[in-house]
Design a protein around this ligand. Structure first.
Ligand code: ZN
Length: 465
């Protein structure tokens, strides 16, 4: 029996206003080469200046995941040549990462550090174009311990990390746009000794993370089963063919000749007041996993509903605003269904108004009390959200269209129908089931569609048996 072992490496672009070592606007997607200066173009003689906000973002992540913040930290030069790296080295962190340890989704973290992003090369018609807007953008690198054993768990870890980065508002973490880049280190072995690890890159969605890891595990097992050896290398993921492919043999860490960056001061984090753990903790918003638990408890929501509300901040806030004014558990349950299943695509910032919330509560009261059908409820809510119906309008509609659920009233309707349609009654008694629906239809007609059809049907059946 083979066992797969997976470690994750995630880079995320931090959304600070300026780049990490110069004052250029940090906006990689602007018109190419518009956010550039001598520092991020690596002109000779320029000096980097550290952006404290970028440090703070990484420390915030560290506090949120329960990691240990560095007391002493410094930056290092990671030397390698690449056309999108004009300095010939990347300023990164090697020996003293900002954060050590911590945990996300049950996955133990090794470290989280800060580095600069490279420029971006685009290959087009045989030419290579380089856009330096991204050069020097702040980048968080997070590395996990090799403690994951299933592709699904790896994808879940990545999802939770994205949710955290977004909750902390330190990164937009959009995978398709390269704001969050996930790599997986995968090995398989039959015993406790780790096998040769292969790094898989170009994972642009959670689905690719899962599929690529599944594929890679299978590929490596096949190699071993054939009596061959797995090569240590970097592989890419082909989204179309759904296979991994060899990119290059893996360099060892020593190849980079790391050494401390002489142009940046070393930092004693504990001596910088704005980086005190207490202060960082105070500034932390409610974390996604805590919020999920609270929503389930406070509103008796299912785990799925709580997850949806946590991953969609606007929807979650709206639900809470409405649910906090609901008076019964039944009402909250109805509102959760309504907001998550029927209104999730329509809720906007402009809907956070007491008038709208009050209208939705009137609707929920009416549906829960059986005065209007839940379909009617959705229609009314849609009209409220599109500002076609105000609260008095909702109340008037409900008053005029309330379902008749009173059995005595409906009983007399049933009696009328039975005398008016003796032939149909006879057909039903002779075994023609469909005749019943005809009679229900007549009842609906008589009440201008206001009768509760299920009660009407029940009463008809009772009278006919
Ligand atoms: Zn610059």
């Amino acid at each position: 029996m083979y066992k797969a072992t997976i470690g994750m490496e995630v880079h995320a672009e931090l959304n600070t206003k300026s780049k990490v070592f110069c004052r250029c606007k940090n906006s990689p997607e602007d018109e190419p080469n518009t956010n550039i200066c001598p520092v991020c173009l690596a002109h000779p003689g320029v000096l980097p200046v550290l952006n404290k906000e970028a440090i703070k973002s990484v420390l915030k992540i560290g506090v949120a995941v329960g990691g240990k913040l560095a007391d002493f930290t410094e930056f290092d030069r990671k030397n390698y040549f690449y056309p999108d790296l004009p300095k010939g080295y990347q300023i990164s962190q090697y020996k003293y990462p900002l954060v050590s340890g911590g945990e996300i989704a049950g996955v133990k973290l090794t470290r989280i550090h800060l580095e600069e992003d490279t420029a971006k090369s685009t290959h087009k018609d045989g030419d290579t174009l380089v856009d330096f807007n991204r050069s020097g953008a702040p980048l968080m690198e997070l590395v996990t311990e090799p403690v994951i054993h299933k592709a699904q768990d790896a994808a879940f870890f990545a999802k939770e990390l994205q949710l955290l980065l977004r909750t902390l508002k330190v990164s937009d973490a959009n995978m398709e746009r390269g704001q969050m880049r996930v790599e997986a280190n995968i090995s398989v072995s039959k015993d406790d000794k780790l096998g040769t690890k292969v790094e898989v890159k170009n994972l642009n969605s959670f689905k690719s993370v899962e599929k690529a890891i599944e594929y890679e595990i299978k590929r490596q097992i096949e190699i071993l089963e054939n009596g061959e050896e797995v090569k240590q290398e970097t592989r890419g993921w082909d989204e179309v063919k759904q296979v991994t492919f060899s990119q290059r043999a893996k360099e060892e860490a020593a190849d980079y000749r790391y050494f401390p960056e002489p142009d940046l001061t070393k930092l004693k984090i504990s001596e910088i007041p704005e980086f005190s753990i207490e202060k960082l903790k105070d500034e932390l918003p409610e974390l996604p996993w805590d919020k999920r638990e609270r929503l389930q408890k406070q509103y008796k929501l299912s785990a799925d509903y709580a997850s949806i509300l946590v991953s969609n901040e606007l929807l979650g806030d709206f639900f809470e605003d409405v649910a906090n004014l609901a008076t019964t558990e039944k009402q909250i349950k109805y509102l959760a269904n309504l907001i998550i299943n029927d209104l999730s695509n329509s809720i906007e910032k402009e809907h956070f108004k007491s008038e709208i919330i009050a209208s939705l509560l009137v609707i929920s009261d009416a549906v829960v009390a059986g005065k209007i059908s839940s379909n009617r409820g959705v229609e009314l809510a849609d009209s409220v959200l599109s500002f076609k119906l105000d609260k008095p309008g909702v109340e008037k509609f409900i008053e005029q269209n309330s379902q008749i659920t009173d059995e005595n009233t409906l009983k007399s309707v049933v009696d009328e129908i039975l005398t008016e349609f003796p032939d149909t009654v006879a057909e039903y008694k002779a075994g023609k089931e469909k005749a019943l629906m005809f009679l229900v239809g007549k009842g609906m007609q008589k009440t201008s569609g206001k009768a509760d059809p299920s009660i009407l049907q029940k009463l008809l059946k009772q009278s006919l048996s």
